[in-house]
Ligand binder design. Structure first.
Ligand code: FES
Length: 166
């Protein structure tokens, strides 16, 4: 089966033998975009987070064949052109990682999360963002709860995201 996906602004063609190939495996195994990581492969860790039309998703939970015509953004597409994005820079300055395995997913998720918050998407913690409230640390933690860090760098990750949000 031949597919054409739009990834980081580029049209990319690939051939998959099985229509059940996940978007995550298509990225990593067919397109050499290995920045997106596979952790649990079951939608629980967030290591595979990419943006689909600006919204964050777990790429292990969706099939590549479903996304012709969508705009997919991976960690390789964040910060280009021109170097690091503000979120990437903040993760470096705040030491928002240890082993680094979850970091691409954390950064993609955090980048999309800030945009969701700016657009007033409510969360379980607070629904007052539509009134222009700042993100509290509790709010950041709740909105990032889909991205796990086994090194437990959460305080530094929250610092990096708060810094970027300000
Ligand atoms: Fe997709 Fe863990 S690899 S959520």
């Amino acid at each position: 089966m031949d597919l054409t996906l739009t990834i980081n602004g580029e049209r990319r063609s690939l051939t998959v033998d099985d229509p059940r190939v996940t978007l995550l495996d298509a990225l990593r195994q067919h397109l050499d975009l290995t920045g997106t990581k596979k952790g649990c492969d079951h939608g629980q860790c967030g290591a595979c987070t990419v943006m689909l039309n600006g919204r964050r998703i777990n790429s292990c939970l969706t099939l590549a064949v479903m996304h012709e015509g969508d705009e997919i953004t991976t960690i390789e597409g964040i910060g280009r052109p021109g170097g690091l994005s503000p979120m990437q820079d903040a993760f470096v300055r705040h030491d928002g990682f240890q082993c680094g395995y979850c970091t691409p997913g954390q950064i993609v998720s955090a980048t999309a999360m800030l945009e969701e918050a700016r657009q007033g998407w409510p969360s379980y913690v607070s629904d007052d963002l539509e009134r222009g409230g700042d993100l509290s640390d509790e709010e950041i933690r709740e909105r990032m709860s889909g991205n796990l860090c086994r090194c437990s760098c959460y305080p530094n990750i929250v610092d990096a995201i708060r810094d970027t949000a300000e």
